[in-house]
Ligand binder design. Sequence first.
Ligand code: 2AM
Ligand code: CA
Length: 251
Amino acid sequence: MEPDQLLKNMENIVRECGKIILHADRSQNQTDAKPGHANFVTAYDKKIQQLLQTRLLQLLPGASFVGEEEDTHASIDTDYAFIVDPIDGTTNFIKDCRMSAVSVALTLDGERYMGVVHNPYLDEMFTAIKGQGAFLNGAPIHVSSQPLKNGIVLFGTAPYNEELAKKSFEMAYGYFKRAMDIRRSGSAALDLCSVAAGRAELFFELYLSPWDYAAGSLILEEAGGTAVTIEGGPLTLREGCSVLAGNGVES
Ligand code: 2AM
Ligand code: CA
């Protein structure tokens, strides 16, 4: 299959998943009970991941499949591998904050090859093929050329790690003083796409898993931005890492 056709097919599958998010039966979301939260989310995470797995592997039957909702993760050291997050922005989904995404990356020989990130609430489809630029609903996107002082800084707060959470807020305060303003969306995949589309200038989070950034980081790089770890090394796809992503403008 031609790369363009493969990407189109991936988009169609991801759009179907977005419809499941939009039409979620919120009466099942017991907002006063934690187990209710978990069941509600788990049901939709699993349902969407299952759909992604079935439909994506029909496109590329020999591919590996790595999804957030699995206990053990397949190796991506194969020709093709899909790395997916069925709902990135889980807490937003629970609270109906309408800021969540379906994220699908395709790797080839262990390297990011294609990325699709879809925000169903805004009907936004971010896409990229390595070396061919980044697009939003089919139109090319590019990072902004604004320096940090005129920029918005997005960040995530590593909620499961107290040490990192503290450091995250300290870093956020530092950026708050240096930049125009800060934001915290709750979806790393969408944050990376926001920087890619020039809506924000920088994003950081001190620990993320590959499915959070595999697609979004390719979209960002194809839009002219950069994505590295906080230490400045390459993002790892076989395990999680910190992410520092920006428009590449020195500040
Ligand atoms: P999620 O919504 O799929 O859980 C928010 O700070 C970002 O961090 C979201 O993209 C969120 O993805 C991700 N995230 C939340 N908990 C995480 C964890 N334990 N490890 C890695 N990423 C996490
Ligand atoms: Ca995620």
